[in-house]
Design a protein around this ligand. Structure first.
Ligand code: URA
Length: 434
């Protein structure tokens, strides 16, 4: 067996056996298969797809490519959540402390930015000192003692996914149902969560552009999770426009902090309450969604979610003075607010264009290992359906370079479609699968 034959087989649209998938994934994890072969294989999978059996084998091969954390002897009812990637999606920053404040331990395995979508690790690293690379011992110790941990993949946890994830980010191989399903579920299975809420994004700013694909991805992930003995629920959530107002790392941390204090954007707050509530139900902490929502809203209103967020920052080495006073977080040298070019109703705010613009400003990576600038990004002032008047603020750009700012201004003006006719607001969710 060799890597080239496996790439050729997938290129020629044939089904890979479990042995071939295991060989390839082990080769990636042991660094015996170089990046260029892994990237070529990922492109062949993106173009030619995989059967459900291949995707399941791929997920299990990636989950077993490193350490498998077993938390059942430590904590019997620990939950995790995972988003398939969106724009302005800072949900984990609010949901994790909230669920933990409601008494359910959350061991969160997060990722970095992927393509035009942001990543939780990059966001949290805007807080000086915050460490996301934890050893397995530290991960288990924190979940055991504080019920709250947020980490990236250790070199040992689903390492094949870690390597492929970074390659896919910069090789145009993100939007593939088998690659996303296996990437998400391998981390969740290796990370040891007993119950998992999947936030499956659908729309222009998601990797799944339509509901059929999002449903197919959800069904696959739910069935892989169940095969591994986990309780899994998938929420289909809208990603046609950015979630909340802020896009960009430090800007999103600020917005999450405002939300934890009760004054975040209405759509983002409602989204977080829904995701957190499903986590309480699937984690066995609430009998139904209505009870879960009351508990979650109470934790937020009483400041317990905020207290847990602070604790998370302190536990993982972050300088808490930056979250106590978010104005201390990195601030871009160039900040410009752009006015609405005409009056009317907002029909569209293209989330993919907003995400790509944020990456071009420096909030994401164009090449593997690129540094990111935590300060840059965009504040979108409106939501689809809002009425705007010519000259009133439409969005604010935070940039570190005049040319990038000018390019962002043009792209973001194009991303906003304003017409005379009224337009209904977008829904937050399209359904639930379990
Ligand atoms: N999140 C992941 O962890 N992997 C993907 O491929 C997409 C979103």
């Amino acid at each position: 067996m060799n890597a080239v034959d496996i790439i050729i087989k997938k290129r020629d649209k044939q089904e890979l056996s479990k042995e071939e998938i295991n060989f390839f994934i082990q080769g990636i994890a042991k660094k015996e298969i170089p990046d260029y072969q892994a990237a070529a294989w990922a492109m062949a999978v993106l173009l030619n797809g995989m059967t459900d059996q291949e995707t399941t084998d791929l997920t299990l091969a990636m989950a077993h490519s490193g350490q498998m954390i077993d938390l059942s002897h430590v904590i019997p009812n620990e939950v995790d959540k995972h988003s398939t990637g969106g724009v302005g999606d800072k949900t984990t920053l609010v949901v994790e402390p909230t669920v933990s404040a409601c008494g359910l331990p959350v061991a969160k395995m997060s990722g970095r930015g992927l393509g035009f979508s942001g990543g939780t690790l990059d966001k949290m690293e805007s807080i000086p000192g915050f460490r996301t690379q934890l050893s397995e011992e530290e991960f288990i110790h924190l979940i055991q003692t504080t019920g709250l941990v947020l980490a990236g993949q250790t070199a040992d946890l689903a390492p094949a996914d870690g390597i492929l994830y970074a390659l896919r980010d910069v090789t145009g191989t993100v939007p593939s149902i088998p690659l996303i399903a296996s990437s998400v579920m391998s981390k969740k299975i290796a990370g040891g969560a007993h119950a998992i809420v999947l936030d499956v994004k659908v729309g222009k700013g998601a990797f799944m552009k339509n509901l059929d694909d999002a449903r197919q991805l959800s069904r696959l992930m739910v069935s892989i999770g169940k095969l591994s003995g986990r309780k899994v629920v998938a929420l289909l959530s809208d990603m046609n426009q950015p979630l909340g107002n802020a896009v960009g790392n430090a800007l999103e941390v600020k917005e999450a902090i405002a939300t934890l204090h009760g004054h975040g954007p209405a759509d983002f707050t409602a989204h977080c309450i829904e995701v957190a509530s499903h986590m309480l139900v699937v984690g066995g902490k609430a009998a139904d969604l209505a009870e879960a929502k009351r508990t979650v809203e109470e934790a937020l209103a009483a400041g317990r979610s905020w207290a847990q967020f602070r604790k998370l920052v302190v536990n993982q080495g972050g300088d808490v003075s930056y979250v106590d006073d978010p104005e201390k977080l990195a601030r871009a040298p160039l900040i410009e607010t752009v006015a609405a070019p005409r009056s009317g109703f907002i029909q569209e705010i293209n989330a993919q264009v907003v995400g790509e613009t944020s990456v071009e400003l420096g909030a994401g990576r164009i090449k593997k290992g690129d540094p990111i600038d935590p300060a840059v990004g965009i504040i979108i002032q409106h939501k689809v359906g809002d009425q705007v008047k010519e000259g009133e603020p439409l969005f604010t750009i935070h940039a570190n370079d005049k040319q990038k700012l000018a390019a962002a201004r043009e792209r973001l003006l194009d991303a906003h479609v304003i017409e005379n006719q009224t337009c209904a607001p977008l829904p937050l969710f399209y359904g639930v699968l379990n």
